[in-house]
Design a protein around this ligand. Structure first.
Ligand code: ZN
Length: 165
């Protein structure tokens, strides 16, 4: 149980990490920048602790293997205050994601609980029906025994009558 909850938290955390991966713009306002491959350089957004949200130009293959190594900042360096605020906001996003994950798990648990209640209620109904059928069966068995006894008595009586004739 602890393993599954920690793995789903990790799943949610990975989503946040994905959000922070450098976003890539291939179209942007001129002047266009070109990498050493002579391709239009993509404009990326850095999410490192030192430069959260700061945009830069890089080879289209920058995040594969560095590409041709072309790199140039688009935004000027943010001041310390802006970096602190952005980092705090990102931390808040992480916290909200974690809370959201937790709430989803709790809601899922509630739904499972409701399903279990419904199944238990069905089970109780089935048990009642089973008891009813069982009672009917026992009554029928009793009637059958009485009928067989009557048949036997009648047969014996017929035998006696036949032997007297
Ligand atoms: Zn390149």
């Amino acid at each position: 149980m602890a393993t599954s909850s920690s793995s789903s938290a990790a799943r949610c955390r990975r989503r946040v990490v994905l959000l922070r991966q450098p976003s890539r713009e291939v179209e942007y306002e001129p002047p266009m920048r070109y990498c050493y491959h002579r391709m239009v350089a993509s404009r990326w957004t850095a999410w490192t602790d030192g430069n959260p949200g700061r945009r830069f130009y890089g080879c289209p293959y920058y995040y594969q293997d560095g590409g041709c190594g072309f790199f140039a900042w688009h935004d000027n360096e943010f001041d310390e205050r802006a970096n602190t605020v952005i980092k705090e906001l990102l931390d808040n996003i992480d916290k909200l994601y974690d809370e959201n994950c937790l709430l989803r798990r709790v809601e899922h648990g509630h739904r499972l609980g409701e399903e279990v209640d419904s199944i238990q209620s069905d089970l109780r109904k089935l048990r009642r029906r089973h008891e009813l059928y069982d009672r009917e069966l026992r009554k029928a068995e009793k009637k059958f025994k009485v009928a067989m006894s009557l048949l036997f008595v009648t047969w014996v009586w017929l035998c006696v009558v036949y032997l007297k004739m």
